[in-house]
Design a protein around this ligand. Structure first.
Ligand code: 0RA
Length: 654
């Protein structure tokens, strides 16, 4: 506990003085919620749940809890229930109030009672459960401990009554229920998929804990709530299996490392597959470190050195004329790295880059020890891996040649913009948008309808290359993909020197994918998103990628016309206009962009004043990786199942 917090708590046992301090603390959270939970949109809303779950995970990591249940209630309030020791609730003589109340109402007080506990979990901002309380219109804590049931309720962080005993219990645990405050959050509907993906991830990251999600908003035909359980016996090994379940494995075994180096617990699982993508997911204290950091550097260094030594010693590189780069060792590699660091230093733009220098060596040692052992023990697999690395090096050289060709052509081609691009006249990238449009015909309509000052149009022919399955030089040679990156002004590639996108050259700050509102259209949009996800991820992270939403229907009655973007809107319009007789209400289903004329396309889909754009974001990188590899892979059944499961969100002809 910091000196400041101690002072706040031990203010001579003066209850009212304490509470004033407390309310000031929580008032600060309500005044500037984004400072504590990131934002007040979808992300922040879901962050509240993570914050509460993290406390239960800590209790599990301390060895006292193995079951955590999350319930989404009908009114979008949330319950998180665990079978840990229960938060102490009796009166603390010093503070003159229940310990529970202190945990729930003092900023950063959560868990600090237990000095021995090795607190490693904790949300991205590690703000504690009192922040969730401050941002909830209603919050209830129920504690089962020492044979009793305690409760206390709060509103916007203020206790509604003193913690009290309401019954007896022979169990222990903590049950938190909260309803986010609508006056703080822009959105108030929880997304099942987002919470489920996080719980699945937590299950893999913390083997042996039973996690579940119950969604009371979804009831099946037997009247049962939708419920999913997540449990992993073997941790990261199963995480890699899950990530790669639709990829073709190169070696039969997954390399799984669980060790501790210099008091730093390190867990790693890795396996090579036949794809060309590098899929490394790293975590520190259960937080996805999307910007990487010292643990990732240590992993790469250990992997490269160990594989290189092995290949050198076995003489496999003697005939190779070209150099091997670090990237070549990671082509087709899926890996998850998880470290637990007692005092993590987070750096970087999103505070998801680990700075602690001691972690680098710990991970390097862990991976090189285990990997050299594995290579010696499994010579067949070792040869397959080294062959793959050599192939990657050769492909990289071919790709460099292909790229140099493109660049040379561009240098002589004057400006180098693709012939198909109808550019805008404005030059300031911040004001400029580019529409990537499916098909030449829709491209023509969009060109006529656009605001030519700030909107550029790039028509794309049918289906672009599936980058999930293609080798790098094929990607670079693909006409459509060349058109995309030359129009954008940035280059792509996997070589170390060009890895960072030259984002300052980016010519548009809104890149809008515009495809037909049918199954083919959404497949094409997915192909384009896959390309951005694999080759220009920084651009998605910067918030530049969007999807246009063309309407599904035009509803007409006499001279009246209106568009509908959903089945529900269509029915509502018909209801409003029909007045008991819908015979003269005419509904036109837009199957493709091409069925609209240029004014209609402008009005409904392109006009910044009226349109709705969906921003493409990466909520959960591991889950996104899993979904993209599944959607774009060879395996048809899981893809079909995914599309069927999501059909109600897609549209009727799916
Ligand atoms: C501090 C001390 C003790 C338990 C907890 C915190 C605790 C907090 C949370 C939050 C969610 N679930 C939780 N479970 C436990 C207990 C210390 C002891 O019993 O010695």
């Amino acid at each position: 506990m910091s000196e400041k917090e101690k002072n706040e708590l031990s203010d001579g046992g003066n209850y009212s003085a304490d509470s004033i301090h407390v309310l000031e603390g929580l008032e600060a959270v309500r005044k500037r919620p984004a400072m504590y939970i990131g934002d007040v949109n979808e992300k922040g809303l879901h962050h509240l749940v993570y914050e509460v779950v993290d406390n239960s995970i800590d209790e599990a990591l301390a060895g006292y809890c193995d079951k955590i249940d999350v319930i989404i209630h009908n009114d979008n309030s949330i319950t998180v229930k665990d079978n840990g020791r229960g938060i102490p609730a009796d009166i603390h003589s010093k503070e003159n109030r229940s310990a529970l109340e202190v945990v729930m109402t003092v900023l950063h007080a959560g868990g600090k009672f237990d000095k021995d506990s090795y607190k490693v979990s904790g949300g991205l901002h590690g703000v504690g459960v009192s922040c969730v309380n401050a941002l909830s219109i209603h919050f209830k804590a129920e504690i089962h401990r020492d044979g009793k049931i305690w409760v206390q309720e709060y509103s916007i962080g203020k206790p509604l009554y003193d913690a009290k005993v309401i019954g007896e219990s022979n169990k222990t645990g903590t049950i938190i229920t909260f309803k986010p405050d609508d006056s703080i959050f822009q959105v108030n509907v929880y997304k099942h998929e987002i919470l489920a993906a996080r719980l699945r991830e937590l299950a893999f990251l913390n083997a042996g804990i039973n996690l579940s999600i119950t969604d009371e908003r979804e009831v099946d035909e037997n009247g049962n709530f939708k419920i999913e359980n997540y449990y992993s016996e073997q941790g990261l090994k199963e995480f890699v299996e899950y990530l790669d379940d639709t990829r073709v494995k190169l070696t039969p075994e997954i390399i799984h490392i669980t060790t501790e180096k210099n008091d730093i617990p390190v867990e790693i699982a890795l396996q090579y597959n036949t794809s060309f993508a590098e899929n490394i997911h790293s975590y520190v204290n259960n937080i996805n470190t999307i910007e990487g950091g010292t643990h990732l550097t240590g992993f790469r260094r250990g992997l490269t050195r160990t594989l290189k030594n092995y290949a050198d010693q076995s003489g496999m590189l003697s005939k190779l004329k070209i150099d091997i780069s670090g990237d070549d060792f990671r082509e087709g590699l899926t890996a998850v790295i998880s470290v637990k660091v007692a005092e993590p230093q987070f750096e970087g733009q999103t505070k998801t880059k680990l700075g602690n220098s001691e972690v680098s060596l710990a991970v390097d040692q862990a991976v090189s020890e285990a990997l050299s052992f594995y290579l010696e023990e499994n010579p067949k697999s070792a040869k397959i891996i080294v062959d793959k690395v050599i192939l990657a090096a050769q492909a990289r050289h071919a790709a460099r040649k292909a790229r140099e060709m493109v660049q040379r052509k561009n240098a002589f081609g004057g400006g180098g913009l693709p012939g198909k691009l109808s550019d805008c006249s404005e030059k300031d990238p911040v004001k400029c948008e580019i529409f990537l449009v499916e098909g030449d015909s829709a491209g023509g309509t969009a060109k006529q309808g656009r605001d030519r000052k700030v909107q550029a149009i790039l028509p794309l022919r049918g289906k672009i290359l599936n980058v999930e399955k293609a080798m790098l030089h094929k990607v670079l040679e693909s006409e459509e993909i060349k058109n995309i990156f030359t129009a954008l002004g940035v280059h792509i590639g996997k070589e170390e020197d060009s890895k960072a996108l030259n984002m300052d050259k980016l010519r548009y700050h809104k890149i809008i994918i515009m495809t037909d509102a049918d199954v083919d259209g959404s497949h094409i949009a997915t192909l384009i998103m896959t390309f951005f996800f694999r080759f220009m991820q920084d651009l998605i992270k910067a918030g530049y990628l969007y999807i246009a939403s063309p309407p599904l229907y035009l509803v007409k009655k006499g001279k009246k016309e209106a568009y509908a973007w959903s089945e529900q809107q269509r029915l509502q319009l018909i209801n409003e206009w029909a007045e008991g007789d819908d015979s003269n209400v005419h509904v036109q289903r837009y199957k493709g962009l091409g069925e609209m004329n240029s004014e209609q396309l402008w009005e409904t889909t392109m006009n910044p004043e009226q349109r709705t754009l969906q921003q493409v974001t990466i909520d959960n990188a591991a889950e996104a990786d899993h979904i993209f590899s599944m959607l774009m892979g060879d395996d048809v059944p899981p893809r079909r199942k995914f599309i069927e499961d999501h059909a109600k969100y897609a549209n009727i002809d799916a």
